[in-house]
Design a protein around this ligand. Structure first.
Ligand SMILES: Nc1ncnc2c1ncn2[C@@H]1O[C@H](COP(=O)(O)OP(=O)(O)OP(=O)(O)O)[C@@H](O)[C@H]1O
Ligand SMILES: [Mg+2]
Length: 516
């Protein structure tokens, strides 16, 4: 039977290529056998639902438990109306149980109970009549907020002491965030008498991304089914681009084997994976879209902006940092420094942040293109300077991140320049006070470094020239551009101060220095 790479919700073993879902959560079995309550938290699209649905089915099939994955998501629209939320949730639970459990293991009719008690009462009634220990996983717990979240957690805590006869034997909350945050999501600690409304949990587990070997093994399933091979570097390349993020791993392969090739005798190469990456980035599928939406949240911006600028963040509440990590947008690199979670997000983020600017960018005549279609760097510089003088400053307002508004406007301009015929690669490094960009168009490659001159600081020119040497060295280039955005107060307008000159780098390169 034909199977395929899945990018639409939880995986189904009959339909999809997939890695063992339960092997991804080795410790959970022990927690369950020890009658414990726990939290599973991991970023969006990591495979939480897939793993817990599968585990519930395996547990039920083992004959030892009645295990089911239920969701509280339908309560989300009623953050301040726990009464309505409860009824919606219980209604959804009944339908879910009908699908996932055999007739003999169905829950009893939910008992009559007063509002704010119905969920606890339902679990109580079910645990009493269940023929085997009841194990419940509650998905999408962080879809709930405020009073409703608080009410649900309180009911769980209230019922906990009566387990296993009068409450589930084991219970897992599944969501994006660890439970410490439910305290905040439910309106702050002052409204709670205890430190955490779910202090009955004993463990928080998280799910990691796939390792490189797992990516290769997942892709190998497609090869086994269809004969279409992945060239040996292709799976590694997919891993490098995604860092094993499960949805991205599937999405790259799906585009490559379904859209870019339809002939299984064609092997999937590194080039095809790269093309698939471009397709995903341009298409901004829902998963990428929902992450990108978060970029405007103040606590997300407080971390992403300095990463892009290469600056250091202002002091941040540690919770905000964890939040952005939990979302899956950033990760700690090998030496502990913060970076964007993977190269695909690295491209999606600036694309999203320059969306408005790109939409409002005035028409610019492509005077940098020669009659033979090649890009002329000198003419590109002229075009940029006149664009910057005329439109630079007014466009700053279209950029969602004020601190790096000039960077974003420049990127929007460069995006117009490459316009499908070339690429822009970016390198970010927090704390290095710079952003590096590499523009490739046909056989022309331009390495650029962006620096900011801030109030009370010296001219970044000497530092910039030295850093640019390192960057150009890596790219194997003899020349490059150093762009210095002067953001000191009380300067003449951008239109008047934009200029260019040439300078020598410490390694002797001729560098074009642009000031704007
Ligand atoms: N075991 C697996 N093997 C291969 N791919 C998987 C596996 N589990 C998940 N995926 C990939 O991850 C995607 C998301 O899976 P799932 O819906 O289970 O994640 P989730 O963490 O519950 O997501 P959300 O946070 O949106 O609820 C799937 O569409 C699939 O691409
Ligand atoms: Mg899910």
């Amino acid at each position: 039977m034909a199977r395929w790479f899945n990018v639409a919700g939880p995986c189904r073993p009959d339909d999809n290529y997939m890695l063992s879902a339960t092997a991804r959560l080795p410790e959970v079995m022990r927690l369950i056998s020890q009658k414990l309550y726990f939290v599973i938290h991991a970023p969006r699209q990591t495979g939480k639902t897939t793993a817990m649905l599968t585990l519930a089915q395996e547990l039920t099939r083992s004959g030892k438990y009645v295990a089911v994955m239920l969701s509280v998501e339908v309560g989300a629209p009623f953050p301040d109306d726990p009464d309505t939320a409860e009824l919606a949730i219980l209604d959804a639970w009944r339908s879910a149980a009908a699908i996932w459990l055999p007739p003999a293991l169905q829950p009893p009719p939910w008992p009559e109970s007063s509002s704010g008690r119905r969920i606890g009462a339902a679990l109580n009634a079910w645990a009493q009549v269940a023929p085997r220990p009841l194990v419940v996983f509650l998905d999408e717990i962080d879809a709930l907020q405020n009073e409703t979240l608080l009410s649900v957690l309180r009911q769980l805590r209230d019922g906990y002491p009566s387990r296993p006869q009068g409450f589930p034997w084991s219970l897992g909350l599944v969501g994006l965030r660890d439970v410490r945050d439910y305290k905040m999501a439910s309106g702050g600690s002052d409204r709670l008498r205890s430190s955490s409304p779910f202090n009955i949990k004993t463990r928080s587990l998280t799910m990691r991304n796939f390792h490189a070997e797992e990516v290769a093994s997942l892709y190998g399933q497609h090869t086994a089914d269809t004969g279409q091979v992945f060239a040996s570097e292709a799976a590694q390349h997919a891993f490098d681009l995604t860092q094993g993020q499960p949805w991205l791993v599937n999405a790259l392969a799906k585009v490559a084997v379904e859209e870019l090739t339809d002939d299984p005798t064609i092997p999937i190469t590194v080039e095809l994976i790269d093309q698939a990456k471009e397709v995903l980035i341009q298409r901004q599928d829902t998963h990428l879209d929902s992450l990108a939406e978060r970029l405007r949240e103040p606590r997300v911006r407080a971390i992403i902006e300095p990463i892009l600028a290469g600056s250091l963040p202002a002091s941040l509440p540690p919770d905000d940092l964890l939040f952005v990590q939990d979302l899956g947008l950033v990760r700690a690199g090998r030496s502990g420094q913060l970076q964007i979670a993977n190269p695909i997000y690295e491209e999606i983020i600036p694309l999203n942040l320059t969306m408005t600017t790109r939409a409002f960018l005035p028409t610019v005549a492509p005077i940098w293109l020669q009659p033979d279609g090649r890009l002329n760097p000198a003419r590109l510089l002229d075009a940029f300077l006149s664009f910057w003088r005329q439109h630079g400053e007014p466009l700053f307002r279209s950029a969602p991140y004020h601190e790096i508004a000039p960077h974003l406007v420049l990127m929007a301009f460069l995006h117009r320049v490459v316009n499908g015929g070339g690429t822009i690669e970016r390198e970010y490094a927090i704390g290095t006070e710079r952003m590096d960009l590499c523009l490739r168009y046909g056989d022309v490659t331009i390495g650029m470094e962006l620096k900011v001159w801030r109030a009370g600081r010296p001219d970044p020119l000497p530092d910039g020239l030295a850093q640019l040497d390192t960057y150009l060295n890596g790219l194997g280039l003899d020349t490059g551009w150093l762009i210095i955005f002067d953001r000191r107060p009380d300067l003449p307008p951008v239109a008047e101060r934009t200029s260019s000159e040439t300078a020598r780098s410490p390694a002797g390169r001729h560098i074009t220095v642009v000031r704007g």
